[in-house]
Write a protein that binds this ligand. Structure first.
Ligand code: FDA
Length: 396
């Protein structure tokens, strides 16, 4: 079978793959991007609620999880959040800063996709969608990629097929399979940035609270995040929960401070002294959304109409603990079905942090989410995709 030949083939037309393709094509390389999906960059399209949180200006290695926390430094330093922002500004894409450093498209995530596709087109990179990869083999001069539509040969091969999250959108473990084929280790993969699920009595305890939201401090082990917190039909979500989910392992407990700005015991004791006739229902509803404060009283069998003066120190302590130190063990997470990212992945031990090239198989590269580098919520994961894609794009 005669093969169609390219200098560089990139498998996966997501954030990392497109960035790498643009850079390589700008260097004059003949580049093809292959994707099995019918449309490119679908995760960019749905990201950030359709507005794509495309970077975080304060992205540093401490915002990433990996067995080797130093691995991401080189790529992040050489193509920074400011470098990506520069492209967004030059293109005239309207954007806004949500919280400090967290940048979103003003209009639509489609603006980022259009920019990437136009850049690829201008640099004469080629994009092939709906391509089913059957097999990849090493040849003397590079790689043969056997697809359902025929054979493609290339000198350099870049795997950019992302992680396992949202299989409905076409996520596959192809990069892991190819990594294993060429002798790489895969660190344990699991769903990250994902809501917690509760079951049995724990779920019954929060029934009816779905939709209640507030700012909370959530802690797992030594790691804490203070951000939005939300009760759902299945358990708990919101940015603080998504963040901590990446640090949580089954069997670990989570501590939630529902009012991190108030020492509730001090507050309740002061109220008992100064406003002894006020009811606990009223006092609690001043510090928490009513549905939640009523439920906490119900959990601890305290009638909302009880006057502050009638409450013992022990009861005040119990209520304060329920608010400032609510501790529980999640039953699990919603898994890859709704996870924003996959934790773990291709072990960085087998890769060059400068070029993302395999140390086991020269000419083979891995970029983006398929590697064991996972960012926090807040634009960090796209920044890793841009930075790692850019770094490989300079050398493939
Ligand atoms: P990505 O998953 O983007 O691309 C992989 C490509 O490979 C896809 O086009 C896929 O079709 C293709 N592919 C997979 N298997 C294949 C196969 N077998 N054959 C051929 N092609 C194959 N991050 C962030 O920084 N800010 C944000 O706002 C968000 N928001 C967000 C929302 C939601 C709902 C999700 C699920 C995720 C986010 N993320 C995010 C995370 C971010 O989307 C993610 O980290 C990057 O898209 C990863 O980029 P990659 O290019 O590595 O993979």
């Amino acid at each position: 079978m005669t093969a169609v030949k390219f200098d560089v083939v990139i498998i996966g037309a997501g954030a990392a793959g497109l960035m790498c393709a643009i850079e390589a094509a700008r260097r004059g390389r003949r580049v093809a991007v292959l994707d099995h999906a019918k449309k490119p960059a679908e995760k960019i399209r749905i990201s950030g609620g359709g507005k794509c949180n495309f970077t975080h200006l304060q992205a540093t290695p401490k915002n990433f999880l990996s067995q080797n926390p130093h691995f991401c430094i080189s790529a992040l330093k050489r193509f920074t959040a400011w470098d990506f922002l520069d492209r967004v500004v030059k293109r005239g894409i309207p954007y806004f800063e949500k919280t400090e450093g967290q940048l979103f498209c003003e209009t639509s995530a489609g603006d980022i996709i259009d920019m990437l596709l136009d850049d690829l087109h201008e640099a004469s990179g080629e994009l092939y969608l709906g391509v089913t990869i059957e097999r990849i083999e090493k040849t003397v001069s590079g790689f043969d990629i056997l697809t359902l539509d025929g054979l493609i040969a290339c000198e350099k091969l870049v795997m950019a097929t992302g992680g396992l999250s949202i299989p409905k959108m076409g996520a596959t473990g192809l990069a892991y399979d190819i990594a294993r084929q060429f002798g790489h280790e895969i660190t344990e993969t699991r769903a990250g940035l994902v809501p917690f699920t509760l079951g049995g009595d724990k779920l019954a305890a929060i029934e009816g609270l779905s939709g209640v939201s507030l700012n909370a401090k959530v802690t797992c082990g030594k790691t804490s995040f203070s951000d939005g917190f939300l009760f759902t039909h299945r358990g708990l979500s919101g940015p603080s929960i998504l963040q901590i989910s990446s640090y949580w392992k089954p069997g670990q407990t989570i501590e939630i401070n529902l009012r991190p700005d108030i020492d509730l015991l001090d507050h309740l004791q002061a109220k008992r002294k100064d406003r002894s006739k006020q009811t606990i229902g009223t006092v609690m509803a001043e510090v928490l959304p009513r549905r939640l404060s009523d439920r906490i009283l119900e959990w601890h069998v305290v009638a909302p109409e009880t006057r502050m003066a009638e409450l013992s120190n022990a009861t005040l302590q119990t209520l304060a603990d329920a608010v400032n130190r609510w501790t529980f063990m999640p039953d699990g997470t919603e898994g890859y079905r709704t996870a924003e990212v996959t934790l773990g992945g291709i072990d960085t031990e087998g890769l060059s942090s400068q070029t993302l090239e395999s140390l086991k198989c020269p000419g083979l590269y891995f970029i983006g989410e398929c590697i064991d580098v996972t960012g926090w919520l807040g634009g960090y994961n796209f920044q890793w995709a841009w930075s790692s894609g850019w770094a490989a794009g300079q050398v493939v």
